[in-house]
Write a protein that binds this ligand. Structure first.
Ligand SMILES: *Cc1c(COP(=O)(O)O)cnc(C)c1O
Ligand code: SF4
Length: 366
């Protein structure tokens, strides 16, 4: 058994194109990294008929070869439970098709759009929301489709924020990405350009000076990444996040609340504080949505509220994300909060603080 972290590494380890082209996509190579029984191999192969697997050697090297509940393994290696569909499962849980005026654009909120530039990712997260499209085929947006998407943005002056997503936009070559970003930057009403990417977590060597030098030309750019567990914070991912922050690009993080992985206040707290240390601002904590074959990842909403309650006030406000449910059917993100308001009448509002002590605030007379 090779320990992925040691002999497996080679001179090309830090080259992101090598990492990408050596992704682990089948059970043979996977079993060189983690212990798999024959039954597990069969089960993984069964899942692979429906959903692809791809794991960068870097991300695979973080797995404990013997721990079936390793948080890295649970996020990247298929489980037979993915073949169990439950009655609420939906192919397009967020109804993104309905809010797509032209291919590759999702326009749901008044002033911002998603621009989906690729269906490729460096690692296919088992809990992915867009698993219906992501990983189906290796496709990036074509010239004609890009033209149509850009022309939609150009003709809608209310769009001031474009979120480049996918798939993972940072699997594209820097040059190809620059073609898209530079054209967006030429549109006068587009103010902020955001990039949603999991690369700092699963392929941090993609964060190169070449990439950052390109992005710096098109400020204001924000990057939103996707750490779910403190084990994903390594010297490599830390270096990537610090390089992004040093380039003057603010970094946010969205996590998905995942049963058995991070649905625990202590794990979440450790993750959030480590993110802040790397200058990554926790942004959203998503309730796991209704994509097909991921019901085993869904945690009780009460657990989510309880975690938020335990965090709020106990760690600094900028370490605490917003807990949201992206409403099935296309309702958008809805904040789910612990209720601190005990009562309210014409005279006062009575509230509970983070310790559970009761306070009252006299309301201004009308
Ligand atoms: C999440 C999302 C956005 C961005 O929303 P913010 O709250 O501004 O981060 C935009 N469009 C769609 C369809 C989204 O799902
Ligand atoms: S990186 Fe994002 S889009 Fe890609 S598989 Fe993971 S969750 Fe899905």
């Amino acid at each position: 058994m090779m320990q992925a972290g040691d002999s497996y590494k080679n001179a090309l380890w830090n080259n992101w194109k090598w990492q990408f082209s050596h992704r682990i996509t089948g059970t043979e190579r996977l079993s060189e990294i983690i212990h798999l029984t024959d039954q597990e191999k069969d089960e993984i192969s069964e899942c692979l008929k429906r959903f692809r697997m791809a794991i960068t050697p870097y991300y695979a090297s973080l797995m404990d070869p013997d721990d079936k509940n390793d948080p890295i393994r649970l996020q990247s290696v298929p489980s037979i439970r993915e073949t169990y569909y439950c009655e609420h499962d939906l192919a397009d849980p967020l109804n993104e098709e309905a809010d797509s005026p032209v291919p590759h654009i999702v326009h749901r909120y008044p002033d911002r759009v998603l621009l989906l530039v690729t269906y490729v990712c460096s690692m296919y997260c088992r809990h992915c929301t867009r698993r219906r499209v992501v990983g189906e085929e290796d496709r990036i947006i074509g010239g004609k489709e890009l033209k149509a998407a850009l022309s939609y943005i150009r003709s809608h002056v209310e769009i001031r924020d474009v979120l480049i997503s996918g798939g993972d936009p940072l699997v594209m070559d820097t040059g190809r990405l620059e073609t898209i970003i530079s054209q967006l930057r030429e549109i006068p009403h587009v103010d902020v350009i955001r990039i949603g990417t999991r690369v700092p977590v699963v392929m941090p060597m993609r964060i190169t000076d070449e990439l950052l030098d390109m992005l710096k030309k098109y400020q204001p750019i924000w990057i939103n990444t996707h750490f779910n567990h403190p084990k994903e914070i390594t010297p490599d991912s830390e270096r990537a996040c610090k390089a992004i922050a040093d380039a003057g690009i603010p970094l946010g993080n969205q996590s998905v609340l995942l049963k058995g992985i991070n649905d625990n206040a202590d794990i979440m707290k450790e993750l959030l504080l480590k993110l802040v240390h790397m200058r990554v601002r926790p942004y959203y904590l998503y309730q796991c949505d209704l994509s097909q074959g991921i019901s085993h990842f869904r945690t009780d909403v009460e657990t989510g509220i309880d975690i938020m309650h335990k965090l709020t006030g106990n760690i600094s406000g900028y370490a605490v994300p917003k807990y949201v449910i992206d409403a099935p059917g296309g309702g958008g993100k809805i904040p789910i909060n612990y209720n601190y308001v005990i009562s309210k009448n014409d005279r006062e509002i009575v509230m509970e603080n983070f310790r559970g002590d009761i306070y009252s605030y006299p309301l201004p007379s009308k």
